[in-house]
Write a protein that binds this ligand. Structure first.
Ligand code: NAD
Length: 703
């Protein structure tokens, strides 16, 4: 059973009891309807209350049913809503904690609503590329007015019940309860007080209108069209359209309009991508061989070694989460510099209104600095962020092994070094794990958790749990050069180099991939990260993996000191202190001269080819990463690229995009690229897993 039915003398209470958020799946809907029929048929029942057990009133429809026949199986949400609205006895929704999506739509079909304070109310469908599909766009404007309802529907953000209760003339709540503890009793009492009221009020009988009529909706569309949230996504504009119809059409036609739009959006690639990512994010914490009940090591004190770019940013995350930090470096000067940068970053947040000044003081007083390893001994977790040099890491981990208390988790933030080797510097490799933060570490959402050969399960589970405390999206990666994200980006950057040889300019490549939706093209990205980093990696690669060919054109600019934004010159020119990439005639000449010298005939390359070559480079390496078990799920790779590399959200990540493109089609394109004389035929050898899946008609999700 996912619901209960209880009688409180003359009032029946129907309780949704389907943890975690009382989602309205078919079973729950069926039970709700039968409870409703029972209450209506019982002459001793005069009114009914709809309530939610546990941590939510109702979080909405069951996303697993989306787009499946189960969602429409009777009683579907629409027929349940009609049955509630047409009930011949008063029905009161008792709202608390979480009232979202289909849960809010169901409550709007009740005759009355009693809400507790602190209740989060939302129609978040837009975040899945949809609009509300069970009356939300028609009923919410009728109880909250067009503007408030429109803001909620277009943003998808929750609003607190207290705030909504202050909306002038609001008809969403008939009564505010004193507290969530007393809510049910108050709702029962309220139901009793209205049990004789007739006719029963229905939201559908209210009017939805805006004094400025269509002019207001045009204004709203103009605002939304140009906003970053709506860029490349059809749902926000369609949500405005649907709300506009609530002011123009009778209820039944408005509902039909909304439904048609909802169903059309369900099949758009954008909504499929967003729904995929919604599931992908939840699944990052599901690790096949990790039991849900794996014990978690408590983490109350954190040590960080290295007060540089990463150490400082990592410290900010923990301080913001209320955890005290001890920061260690080799000199007082390095510590002072680190603390100064960290303080400045926090102060910038205060100036931007993102942080309260008193919170800043509390955080700074939770920060201690030291030059002595003994001061790290009380720490439950110690993260190393020193120079990227194995011999330096060796000394640090030996010192840590000597000072850290038993059971402390020892983490490395290395980007490229072998975490198994680092773990072997200690006598406790089971306590060692990689925590690969991305720069700027206080801003970037992604955390690659690197599971080394001997990392214990409870260490892994503890770091995954901790990632939520510091508001990161953690993805588990096995040990390999570059882990998931950087290993894939290396192939993408190699391919960008081949494109240069064949005649593209850096700007042409950047613009093509940015039009595809990437936050930044490969050359702007390299200028931001520092071209010297890639240069050093390529020099190492020629020695380690001579078969991994690179275009020498990628190396033309570093010998001139053009390291990127930090030197105001890279693939582009930069004005001091500015980030705008300006065309560089010098770089253009370098590229032209190189092609002339090597008799390279530039050809015109389409944006489509540029995008496919860059994206499929990522996907092919992603498939190898999957077949080697470095990533355990394709959706984890998508999360890495969405949260760490600016891959367009509306395309769902590289693996999802390839799946939508068709794996056989992708292999066909790769075979064409392999014929390209200036490209590298070996580069386009499809990963074995990709071949298998494509030829067996399976998907990355089945891998
Ligand atoms: P950084 O040069 O800015 O800072 C390194 C700090 O470590 C300096 O303050 C230095 O004084 C200190 N240090 C050096 N040796 C030490 C020792 N033996 N004991 C204590 N402190 C010592 O470097 P960074 O960019 O912060 O990188 C740190 C680590 O993070 C590297 O392993 C790097 O690969 C990794 N990483 C960097 C980035 C990035 O974008 N910068 C991103 C992810 C991971």
């Amino acid at each position: 059973m996912t619901t209960t039915y209880q009688v409180h003398s003359d009032v029946a209470v129907i309780t949704l009891d389907n943890p975690p958020v009382n989602g309205l799946n078919w079973q729950t809907r069926k039970e709700c309807l039968s409870h409703l029929e029972k209450a209506l048929a019982d002459p001793s029942i005069h009114a009914m209350v709809l309530y939610g057990a546990g941590k939510a009133f109702c979080g909405g429809a069951d996303i697993k049913e989306f787009g499946t026949p189960k969602a429409m199986q009777e009683p579907n949400l629409l027929s349940l809503i009609l049955a509630f609205e047409n009930a011949q006895k008063p029905l009161v929704a008792a709202l608390h904690s979480v009232v979202m999506g289909g849960g809010l739509e169901l409550s709007l079909a009740c005759h009355y609503r009693v809400a507790s304070p602190g209740c989060q109310i939302a129609l978040p469908e837009v975040k899945l590329g949809l609009i509300p599909g069970a009356g939300g766009t028609q009923r919410l404007p009728r109880v909250l007015g067009v503007e408030v309802a429109l803001n909620m529907i277009v943003s998808g953000e929750p609003v607190m019940s207290e705030r909504l209760n202050m909306v002038p003339g609001q008809k969403l709540f008939d009564q505010m309860a004193v507290s969530s503890e007393t809510l049910l009793d108050e709702a029962i009492e309220f139901a009793r007080s209205v049990s004789a009221d007739r006719p029963l009020p229905k939201v559908r009988d209210l009017k939805s209108r805006h004094p400025q009529g269509d002019a207001y909706f045009q204004f709203a569309k103009n605002m939304v069209k140009n906003s970053p949230q709506a860029k490349n996504l059809p749902a926000p504009l369609q949500a405005i359209d649907a709300v506009q119809q609530s002011t123009l059409l009778p209820m039944t036609q408005g509902l039909a309009y909304e439904r048609e739009r909802f169903l059309n959006l369900m099949w758009t690639p954008e909504s499929r991508a967003l729904r995929h990512l919604f599931g992908a994010q939840r699944n990052t914490s599901k690790i096949v061989d990790l039991d849900k009940n794996t014990p978690i090591r408590p983490i109350q004190k954190v040590g960080i070694i290295g007060a540089g770019t990463m150490g400082g940013g990592i410290a900010m995350n923990f301080l913001m989460a209320g955890l005290p930090i001890t920061l260690l470096d080799t000199s007082q000067a390095a510590l002072d510099k680190g603390v100064q940068t960290l303080t400045q970053n926090f102060q910038d947040r205060v100036h931007k209104g993102k942080l309260k000044a008193d919170k800043l003081q509390a955080m700074l007083s939770a920060l201690t600095t030291t030059l002595a390893y003994e001061d790290l001994s009380p720490c439950d977790l110690i993260i190393e962020a020193v120079f990227e040099d194995l011999s330096v890491k060796e000394k640090v981990f030996q010192a840590l092994d000597a000072c850290a208390k038993a059971g402390a988790i020892l983490a490395t933030n290395t980007s490229t070094l072998d975490v198994n080797a680092i773990a072997a510097f200690t006598k406790r490799p089971a306590d060692v794990v990689g925590m690969h933060f991305f720069s700027p570490a206080n801003v970037m959402k992604l955390l690659e958790v690197v599971r080394a050969k001997e990392t214990s399960k409870d260490v892994l589970a503890s770091v995954m749990a901790l990632s939520k405390t510091i508001k990161k999206i953690a993805v588990v990666s096995g040990v390999c050069d570059g882990f998931i994200g950087n290993r894939m980006i290396e192939q993408y950057l190699r391919q960008a180099g081949f494109l240069l040889e064949e005649g593209c300019s850096p700007a042409q490549i950047d613009q093509a991939i940015e039009r595809f939706g990437f936050a930044m093209g490969p050359f702007k990205m390299s200028d931001l990260a520092g071209n010297d980093i890639g240069w050093a990696i390529r020099q190492r690669r020629y020695v380690e993996k001579p078969q991994m060919k690179y275009s020498p054109m990628a190396d033309l600019i570093c010998p001139l000191g053009r390291f990127g934004q930090k030197t105001s010159a890279g693939w582009y020119d930069y004005k001091a202190g500015k980030r705008d990439a300006i065309h560089s005639p010098l770089v253009q000449k370098l590229l032209d001269d190189y092609r002339a010298e090597h008799a390279l005939k530039a050809r015109k390359i389409s944006d489509e080819e540029i995008v496919q070559r860059l994206v499929f480079s990522l996907v092919n390496e992603g498939a190898r990463i999957l077949q080697e078990g470095i990533a355990s799920k394709a959706s984890d790779i998508d999360m890495v690229y969405i949260t760490g590399y600016g891959f367009p959200i509306f395309r769902g990540g590289p693996m999802h995009y390839a799946q939508e493109f068709g794996l056989l089609n992708m292999i066909g394109a790769m075979q064409r690229f392999a014929l390209n004389p200036k490209d590298d035929a070996q580069f386009w050898q499809p990963a074995a897993l990709l071949q298998t899946l494509a030829h067996e008609g399976r998907t990355f999700a089945d891998a």
